[in-house]
Design a binder for this molecule. Structure first.
Ligand SMILES: [Mg+2]
Length: 470
């Protein structure tokens, strides 16, 4: 034992003379005798540390003991090179299934809070690919949209505006670009502009993406030095402005209206890049989405019955697209009367839904099948369970227009801060494809249309309903 320790000590002392002092300490300890198991263990640890120190010294020429960097610090410096103006990237929110944080933010003490915010979209607002392609070929493939961009940004920066980039980067979630490459590009842009710019990035189809306002809300709450934002003075500039094809000669249609909606949802002014940087006249545009205020006004004229439950054994099968309000309706009108809730989103499989319905019937309870149930076959699977069981079987058809369901789908994601993920478009398409209008021939004693009538739990839910969604 002592022999192997001594051999190890010798090999350490050969690596550098700088460690001799510590090795001498070990030797003197060794001379004192190493007897117990714990003593031997602590010895081995001391030895391993001495060896590491010796190796570290060897790879760092002329180290001054007081300035020797700690390992952790060194590692961090290697991983994150210092950014311009000491800005720092922060990854925010629980990682998604794609292994991405939903929000990336770049800020630092060099960014000063201001009541005047000038927000900008990134792609085709501030920059475009230098290569002339539609999508950049890599992090270096960018140039300012025009010479006017850096000039104008400098001007408003000098006027006391805080310049912020708010960008949706769906390409990260899709795997077309990496956060690392994207962050390198932003650093290059800031270096070119030569003043600090706060940046917020939604990395995919999540609750932070424009036109939702969560990126803005976070900026106001956490990253504006507590300064209240003047909505009259602030504005947002973006190219997703809802302009039709040939809005200017030869120009393609804008891919969406999400930048304009973002500004409207916040309650600040909006400009297209051409309006802002080149002084062009206001362009004609379309929102390309339901107007939530109009939807709400119209819904107020809808009439709901006072009650929808029966005192006798009742079996209700809902039919309606995703996000048409089925669950809310159940919780409001049927749950209080003891109806058993059968819901595929929570039960996961059709087999489990059938099982739960059977059990409820066996117990003689009223039931609500809260699934989309678009087809005759989907509904028959449940109707069959009620045969000879003395149930009233009714169909409740959600009379919520499809475009309102699309809106509610996004609203739900926003109201739940992303906990309820939006149903992808394919969910709506499958519903449309399989839809067969329910008839009494299927075995329903009644088919009841349920008009759309939103009920808000609180002011914030109502506010988020009134936000434009795309
Ligand atoms: Mg853009």
């Amino acid at each position: 034992m002592n022999y192997s320790l001594q051999r190890a000590l010798l090999s350490v002392s050969k690596t550098t003379t700088g460690s001799i002092l510590r090795i001498t300490e070990i030797r003197s300890l060794l001379a004192g005798g190493v007897r117990s198991k714990s003593q031997r263990k602590s010895f081995r640890t001391t030895l391993a540390m001495a060896r590491k120190r010796a190796i570290a010294q060897q790879s760092t020429p002329n180290p001054s003991p007081s300035k020797r960097p700690r390992r952790a610090t060194k590692k961090k410096e290697e991983a994150e090179p210092k950014l311009k103006f000491d800005l720092e990237w922060d990854f925010f929110g629980e990682k998604t299934s794609k292994g991405l944080h939903p929000l990336l933010e770049l800020t630092g003490p060099a960014v000063k809070g201001s009541s005047k915010i000038a927000g900008f979209d990134l792609d085709y607002t501030l920059i475009r690919p230098k290569s002339g392609r539609k999508w950049p070929t890599g992090p270096k493939d960018w140039m300012f949209l025009s010479d006017a961009v850096p000039e104008k940004l400098k001007k408003i920066h000098d006027e006391g505006f805080k310049i912020i980039i708010f960008t949706n980067q769906r390409g990260m979630e899709k795997g077309y670009t990496t956060p690392k490459d994207f962050m390198a590009k932003i650093d290059d842009i800031i270096t070119a502009l030569d003043f600090p710019i706060q940046t917020f990035v939604a990395t995919g189809e999540n609750q932070y993406k424009k036109p939702g306002t969560l990126m803005w809300d976070r900026m106001v709450k956490k990253h504006n030095d507590g300064v209240t934002v003047d909505l009259e003075e602030s504005y947002f500039v973006g190219d997703a402005a809802g302009r039709a094809k040939n809005w200017a000669p030869g120009k393609p249609k804008d891919f969406s209206c999400s930048d304009r909606m973002f500004a409207a949802n916040i309650g600040i002014g909006f400009y297209t890049p051409e309006e802002f940087f080149d002084g062009e006249d206001k362009a004609i545009f379309e929102w390309r989405s339901v107007n939530p205020r109009e939807v709400l006004e119209r819904a107020k004229t809808n009439q709901l019955d006072d009650e929808y439950h029966l005192e006798t054994k009742d079996f209700v099968i809902f039919t309606g697209p995703p996000a048409s309000g089925k669950s809310s309706f159940y919780h409001h009108f049927l749950e209080p009367h003891g109806y058993v809730w059968v819901n595929r989103d929570t039960m996961k499989t059709q087999a489990k839904c059938i099982e739960a319905a059977k059990k409820a019937i066996a117990e003689g309870k009223s039931v609500a099948i809260d699934n989309t149930n678009p087809s005759t076959a989907a509904r028959a699977a449940f109707i069959d369970l009620t045969k000879k069981k003395d149930y009233t079987v009714r169909c409740f058809v959600m009379d919520t227009p499809l475009e309102v369901c699309h809106h509610l789908n996004m609203v739900r994601q926003n109201q739940s801060s992303g906990k309820i993920r939006r149903i992808p478009n394919i969910g709506f398409n499958v519903y449309k494809k399989n839809y067969q209008e329910p008839t009494t021939k299927e075995g329903f004693s009644e088919i009841k249309k349920i008009p759309f009538y939103p009920v808000f739990e609180n002011k914030n839910d109502e506010k988020l309903f009134l936000h434009w969604t795309d």
